[in-house]
Design a protein around this ligand. Structure first.
Ligand SMILES: CC(C)(COP(=O)(O)OP(=O)(O)OC[C@H]1O[C@@H](n2cnc3c(N)ncnc32)[C@H](O)[C@@H]1OP(=O)(O)O)[C@@H](O)C(=O)NCCC(=O)NCCS
Length: 201
């Protein structure tokens, strides 16, 4: 992953990611309450620098299969460097949203801008017990809204070809998703202008 923390973004709205690059402004406007397909209420909020222990615990809660699908290798525990990287974002070039159920992280979605472009690569992971109730699509919608406001025009992603759950989330998003397949990996690319659902399937 590219670490572009601290890079100023002149296209940012007021109060987002500007100022002291070592202490980005927390984007409170991105905090929202959502409801899953089963009626559970979750809070979606930007990740905080203090989320390290919760993120470590979240990662430990994932099945081997979910970790493999997210990272493409066996990776039972996050290193300290990874925890630092994942929790310290500038909310502009790099942004992560967590979904919480009663204060416990149950899902994470993030984007990272490809340097020098208006593209950003995205990744999602929902803890196993919460998969299949629509959290991935909710996070994709919120992430796209936040990214658009920060000058991102296109999302890219790589997913294993056997990962039908992730592919379903992208294909049903309403965004016009283009795919190419290389060996066992599907590369996806889609513009995020317009709200989710505005594009015909
Ligand atoms: C991929 C992922 C983010 C999708 O999020 P989600 O909240 O589960 O998405 P949805 O609830 O919309 O489910 C999407 C589809 O996958 C199916 N699905 C989700 N989790 C499933 C599971 N564990 N087993 C079988 N099917 C599953 C759902 O039933 C749904 O299909 P359907 O509409 O035909 O029923 C989530 O399953 C996940 O975190 N997986 C492990 C990590 C991963 O694959 N990350 C992607 C890296 S880019």
């Amino acid at each position: 992953m590219h670490d572009t923390d601290g890079a100023p973004d002149r296209s940012l709205p007021d109060g987002v990611g500007g100022g002291d690059a070592r202490a980005p402004v927390y984007p409170d406007a991105l905090v929202c309450e959502v409801e899953t397909a089963t009626g559970a209420s979750l809070r979606i909020r930007p990740i905080r620098t203090t989320d390290g222990p919760a993120l470590t615990e979240f990662h430990r809660s994932l099945s081997d299969r979910s970790v493999y699908r997210r990272f493409f290798f066996v990776h039972p525990a996050l290193s300290d460097v990874e925890v630092e990287h994942f929790t310290h974002v500038d909310y502009a070039e790099r942004l992560a949203l967590v979904a919480e159920d009663e204060g416990r992280i149950v899902a994470v979605a993030r984007y990272e801008r490809t340097p020098g472009t208006s593209d950003a690569e995205v990744a999602f992971v929902v803890t196993d017990a919460y998969q299949g109730v629509g959290i991935g699509p909710l996070l994709l919608a919120q992430l796209a809204t936040a990214a658009r406001d920060r000058g991102i025009t296109t999302f890219t992603a790589e997913t294993l070809a056997e990962n039908t759950a992730m592919l379903a989330v992208f294909r049903r998003s309403g965004f016009p998703v283009a795919t190419t397949t290389e060996f066992d990996t599907v590369c996806l690319r889609f513009p995020i202008d317009g709200a989710v659902g505005e594009h015909p399937g």
